[in-house]
Design a protein around this ligand. Structure first.
Ligand code: G3P
Length: 217
């Protein structure tokens, strides 16, 4: 499973990139707001940091304007994935932009049927929002599993990008089901390495090592 980082915080991206685990980045208008940066400037910087797909979202709601915004965003760098919402206008923009050779990430997906039509519109990525479904007492992972089945049934090449990931358990479940990508907030990505038994075991090893009086270097 590929890991994308769900942030527009370039310092956090650069730190995680050093581990070689960042396959891409996703942003959205809320994350741009949080960064306090200009969308074009910060997106350009992220594209230079990470060679994989960097999603940048359009904010127009009508297809022609979405396409114009998408073309402008796509010019930032060759690794831009234009992000469009899952509306009919968004799907029209998806079809046009993907026909032109841009990667397109169709976002705000909350149903299997939405994912099916996004694939038919040529989406490179579909972004089902797991956490926001869980928030309203539905099952986000059930949606990931349904989309996996449907895409596999028809050999759709659209990649399932599990989004709105809120916990390490979401990452495990998305990987178990076979999501192609999980886009993960930096804090959750870092927490993947944590385990109390690792910490406890390491403390014991270090205490015993001290008693040997030895040194490796
Ligand atoms: O990639 C979409 C994601 O950022 C949404 O996450 O936590 O705002 O639901 P959240």
């Amino acid at each position: 499973m590929k890991f994308f980082v769900d942030t527009a915080d370039t310092a956090a991206i650069a730190e995680l990139a050093e581990l070689g685990m960042v396959d891409g980045v996703t942003t959205n208008p809320s994350l741009i707001l949080k960064s306090g940066r200009d969308i074009l400037e910060v997106t350009r910087e992220i594209c230079a940091l990470i060679p994989g797909p960097v999603s940048a979202e359009v904010v127009a709601t009508e297809a022609a304007a979405m396409i114009a915004e998408g073309r402008k965003l796509a010019k930032i760098a060759p690794n831009i994935a234009v992000k469009v919402p899952l509306t009919w206008d968004g799907l029209k923009a998806c079809k046009t932009l993907s026909d032109e050779g841009s990667m397109v990430n169709v976002t705000l997906c909350f149903s299997a049927n939405q994912a099916l039509i996004a694939a038919k519109a040529g989406a490179t990525f579909i972004s089902p929002f797991v956490g926001r479904l869980d928030d309203i007492n539905l099952d986000g992972m059930e949606l990931i599993a349904d989309i996996r089945t449907i895409y596999d049934n028809y050999d759709f090449k659209t990649q399932i990008l599990a989004a709105s990931i809120r916990s390490v358990n979401h990452v495990t479940e998305a990987a178990r089901i076979g999501a192609d990508v999980a886009t993960v907030p930096p804090g959750v990505l870092k927490a993947l390495a944590d385990h109390p038994l690792t910490e406890k075991g390491l403390a014991t090893f270090l205490a015993d090592w001290k008693k040997t009086g030895q040194k490796i270097l």
